[in-house]
Ligand binder design. Structure first.
Ligand SMILES: Nc1ncnc2c1ncn2[C@@H]1O[C@H](COP(=O)(O)OP(=O)(O)OP(=O)(O)O)[C@@H](O)[C@H]1O
Length: 242
């Protein structure tokens, strides 16, 4: 059995009187893709923030690769190997695709020549080589998402948090992006945690799932098993009222 890459232990997050996460306990298997499911306000974004370090839990612990990272800053966690597409700044429209990826690399103090070669390999991986010298502002939404993934790859993540990765992407471009995410896991061994509203997308991506409601974990397990849970069916598959 694979070990857990990430564990959230008894995490509570309170914003004044609002409890966004309540005594959350969960784990993410190394090398797998885990979906975070839940209705609006369930605590999905707060959970991402807690994992990435943007929000400090009121109580509880975040353990990554066996280390307690609860007190570590987002940039330190990025250095440890936690990347989040949402947190990576929007592409610089005036810079080329290649330069945008280089910026993500130079943040890790990579020498310029090596950065260029490395960045080119990530641009190639996401299928944007033909656009490498174009300014990022001319990219379509789907191409922008792929650039975002190349920039995330440049931080050499062990764990990648993907927030609505197909959001705003035209339907025909979605399979290509999903294929890319699968390749990130299969070829590069990156563990992925994804928040995504499109159930069809999740069925094609996720091994495991965690369903949150009102800040609490309702059910965890394989994606197929969690999708069968009554609350999940109500909310995502339209079985009755949510
Ligand atoms: N910074 C904050 N200050 C106060 N309340 C917050 C803050 N961030 C989140 N909340 C509240 O915490 C709860 C969980 O919010 P969160 O954004 O994590 O849910 P979500 O599952 O991501 O929802 P959605 O699907 O709508 O994005 C909500 O009640 C929200 O209003």
């Amino acid at each position: 059995m694979l070990a857990d890459l990430l564990s959230i232990e008894k995490v509570t997050v309170a914003f004044g009187g609002i409890v966004a996460l309540k005594d959350v306990h969960l784990s993410v298997r190394d090398g797998k893709t885990t979906a975070i499911l839940g209705p609006n306000g369930a605590g999905k974004t707060t959970l991402f923030n807690v994992i990435a370090g943007a929000v400090s839990p009121t109580s509880g612990t975040v353990v990554f690769q066996g280390e307690d990272v609860t007190a570590q800053s987002p940039s330190k966690r990025c250095h440890f190997g936690i990347a989040r597409t949402f947190q990576i700044t929007q592409p610089f429209g005036g810079l080329t695709v290649l330069e945008n990826v280089m910026v993500a690399l130079t943040a890790k103090a990579t020498p310029m020549k090596q950065a260029r070669a490395e960045a080119a390999s990530y641009v190639d991986f996401v299928g944007l080589s033909a656009k490498a010298d174009d300014p990022a502002r001319v990219l379509s939404t789907g191409q922008r998402k792929r650039l975002e993934l190349a920039r995330a790859l440049a931080t050499k993540p062990r764990l990648l948090l993907l927030d609505e990765v197909t959001g705003g992407v035209d339907r025909p471009s979605i399979p290509e992006i999903l294929n890319l995410i699968r390749r990130m896991r299969e070829e590069r061994g990156i563990t992925i945690v994804v928040v995504e509203h499109n159930m069809e997308v999740l069925f094609g991506l996720a091994d495991d799932a965690i369903f949150l409601n009102r800040g609490e974990v309702v059910v965890t397990g394989t994606m197929a098993a969690v999708a069968e849970h009554d609350s999940v069916r109500r909310i995502y598959l339209g079985d009755g009222d949510a």
